[in-house]
Design a protein around this ligand. Structure first.
Ligand code: ATP
Ligand code: MG
Length: 571
């Protein structure tokens, strides 16, 4: 990051930052705690974050890297309104798909608006207005813009905000080859972006969700604070969000099952109770979970040792709204016996995991309180209306590609790229004139990066016990100069800071009238990659250079210290 022009020294005595000794009570992840404690962000209201000077610098650095790499693949930066007429999202059906996630408002004339959660529709409109011929394509447009989503559970600070900064890009092409090329360009640009940011990411197959389109991949940053789980196969390199892992293994039919028989099993409303009292393995039990799908009660069958992944279920059934049944739902349906439900003779729609394959035999509820049925055979005693991959993926499950055992890890989704195809261009009839003078329907891709989320993800991945620890490219300064004492140390620190700034480095100078111990702790907390301390040996013009990440320190003469720091970053 060569920076020729001399920059201003940022004095901490003039900086709006108040570090906290103690963890904020409401912080729910390590990175979030540190971003608040080190004075990078402050909560404004639920899911809304203010970026203080240090935080704004990091946010801008992330955005700068994103812009540079988007420009390098031919992206053109634009800025569209965040406030969008509601009918724009209604035209594609997304207003319904996003539902309560949309912030809606009405203007003084009663016109309805949405604060954009993502901008496929708006960009399609724009391009329809700007582009007429195949010669005008391909086009990649992008913006770095504030997005709004009324998240049900904003959490972990900037990782999931209700207002957040996103880079959203859109590609427009006349044919599938063009789309493939635009997709490839973005995929490579994203890998370069995350490498430069110092963020460790995995590219995984994903489900496209409300965005639509055929194939999509996510960029996941492994971290315990992440809300996504991804599966990786050490054998063949397969990697996918667990939401996108399909169960493909063959399930053998039961070997000569006997006739269905019912047994009294009082006090066994849970799988655990049934297994314990009747010596059945949980994997032999068919568990039936009741949900409502757009208000209609539906049963979902999974093996007793698995949970239903409600997120996956909702994804499969979107735009229908899926909820768990309530006590009132049960009260209205005496035929549904809580804890003793079986699919045989059940008067509701029955969805099942592929493990509940035709010919498999199960122990399941007998639809009478305190009673279960044995040898309940799929296809003989009950039918499955629809198979859906709804079971939570477990470590060791078979890789859909090679069958080896999958490993699972938590991660933060920092980017998502979609081959959208023609969902939006069909909705708005975006055509250009082809070489033969006939209209061609345009095909589209969309490519998002959570810019503010990336700052949170970096904090999660790089922080240590002492505080934040930024990679050089995103750090709020290149060097943190600490005056460990008044008089001589302060004068030397100021001189060093000026020399470094004159060479183009971004310098944070701790010139505050505080004890050296407090300043060292703050420097570690703030996490600039290199610290330069003027203290004990200031009279000899000797400074201590410290590497924040490794803790390595070295005493250096003034000129040597300046040369080391400026040489290290120039070119
Ligand atoms: P998630 O599954 O985490 O809710 P998403 O799949 O809905 O995210 P996209 O629609 O793909 O997100 O948005 C593009 C990018 O914007 C995401 O990859 C993520 O980095 C970022 N992003 C999405 N929602 C938020 C949010 N609430 N706060 C911060 N960043 C977000
Ligand atoms: Mg996504």
């Amino acid at each position: 990051m060569p920076q020729q022009a001399s920059t201003q020294v940022q004095r901490m005595s003039r900086l709006t930052v108040r570090t906290l000794r103690d963890d904020p009570a409401d912080a729910d992840s390590p990175g979030h705690r540190l971003l608040v404690r080190a004075g990078y962000v402050r909560r404004s209201s639920a899911g809304m974050w203010s970026w203080l000077p240090l935080g704004k610098r990091v946010l801008d650095n992330v955005a700068r890297v994103v812009r540079e790499e988007m420009d390098a693949i031919g992206g053109q930066e634009v800025l569209l309104p965040a406030l969008v007429p509601a009918e724009t999202y209604e035209a594609t059906g997304r207003a319904g798909e996003y539902g309560d996630l949309l912030f809606r408002l009405t203007d003084r004339k009663g016109a309805r608006y949405v604060l954009g959660p993502t901008h496929e529709e708006v960009f399609t409109h724009l391009v329809k207005d700007q582009v007429t011929s195949y010669r005008d394509l391909p086009v990649i447009l992008y913006q770095v813009q504030t997005k709004y989503r009324d998240e049900a559970r904003p959490r972990a600070g900037v990782l999931r905000g209700r207002e957040f900064l996103m880079k959203d890009a859109y590609s427009f092409d006349t044919g599938d080859d063009g789309l493939d090329e635009a997709y490839r360009l973005h995929r490579e640009a994203y890998l370069r972006i995350f490498r430069r940011l110092g963020l460790d990411v995995r590219v995984v197959s994903a489900v496209s969700g409300a965005m639509g389109g055929s194939r999509s991949e996510e960029f996941l940053a492994p971290a315990a604070a992440g809300e996504d789980t991804f599966a990786a196969c050490a054998g063949c390199g397969y990697a996918a969000n667990t939401e996108a892992v399909a169960f493909t293994a063959k399930v053998p039919a039961a070997d000569a099952p006997g006739p269905l028989r019912e047994i009294d099993t009082p006090g066994t409303a849970t799988v655990a109770e049934l297994c314990e009292r009747h010596g059945v393995p949980a994997s032999a039990v068919l568990k039936n979970v009741l949900v409502t799908v757009d208000g209609e009660i539906t049963a979902v069958g999974v093996p007793g040792d698995r949970e239903v992944d409600l997120g996956k279920l909702a994804e499969h059934l979107a735009p229908a709204v899926v909820s768990l049944v309530t006590a009132e739902d049960f009260a209205a349906r005496p035929d549904l016996v809580r804890g003793y439900i079986g699919p045989q003779g059940l008067a509701v729609r029955y969805l099942a995991d592929p493990r509940v394959a035709p010919g498999t035999a199960w122990v399941t509820g007998a639809n009478h309180a305190g009673r279960h049925a044995w040898d309940v055979v799929c296809g003989r005693d009950f039918e499955v209306d629809r198979y859906l991959d709804v079971a939570v993926v477990e470590p060791g499950d078979p890789c859909p590609r090679c069958g080896a055992g999958l490993a699972l890890d938590r991660a933060i989704e920092v980017g998502h790229i979609f081959r959208l195809g023609r969902k939006y261009t069909d909705a708005f009839r975006l055509d250009v004139l082809g070489p033969d003078g006939k209209p061609v329907r345009v095909t589209m891709g969309s490519y998002g990066i959570g810019v503010s989320r990336a700052v949170g993800a970096l904090a999660e991945q790089t922080a240590d016990a002492r505080g934040l620890c930024w990679p050089a490219e995103v750090a709020p300064a290149d060097v943190h100069v600490v005056a460990a004492g008044k008089g001589g140390p302060l004068a030397l620190a100021e001189e060093a800071a000026e020399a470094l700034a004159a060479a183009g480095l971004r310098v944070l100078l701790d010139d505050r009238a505080l004890s050296p111990g407090v300043k060292f702790a703050d420097a570690d907390l703030i996490g600039v990659p290199r610290h330069l301390v003027a203290g004990r040996r200031a009279a000899e013009r000797v400074l201590e250079l410290k590497d924040r990440a490794t803790g390595e320190r070295q005493d250096l003469a003034f000129a040597e210290a300046v040369a080391r720091l400026t040489g290290g970053t120039a070119g």
